[in-house]
Design a protein. Structure first.
Length: 128
């Protein structure tokens, strides 16, 4: 119940916590270890910087670990990962794109048809 308001805020505003690398905890008093520091971003950030992550640094003399986000453009060689964010479902053409992509006839086994439709739908959703 203590974090219900915060969780409601995150859901209402479509905010997401960034992926972390490095240390598991961001605060300690040498007896208790906790992750209390967080990097929160909106859907636009996630779409613009899909490969970004937060590096949890060593705390050195502090009881908090620094969070580091590199803003340099990272060149990613390979296919762009597809992430379905809730904001995509709110797009005005979302249902039409899903319906059109799903109604295209496919051959092959039942599971192959589903896989091919999902693959086609992913490509169409990337265009929205």
């Amino acid at each position: 119940m203590e974090i219900k308001d915060f969780n409601d805020y995150m859901e209402d505003t479509n905010m997401n916590e960034m992926r972390y690398i490095g240390r598991w905890f961001t605060w300690t008093n040498s007896h208790v270890f906790s992750k209390i520091d967080r990097a929160i971003v909106n859907s636009e950030w996630m779409l613009r910087f899909p490969q970004k992550e937060v590096i949890v640094m060593d705390p050195n003399l502090s009881d908090h670990s620094h969070l580091c986000i590199s803003l340099d453009e990272v060149t990613f060689k390979g296919p762009k990962t597809f992430r379905f964010l809730n904001c995509i479902a709110e797009h005005s053409n979302f249902l039409k794109v899903v319906k059109d992509a799903w109604e295209i006839p496919m051959g092959g086994s039942w599971m192959n048809r589903i896989w091919m439709r999902l693959k086609r739908l992913k490509e169409e959703l990337k265009q929205i």
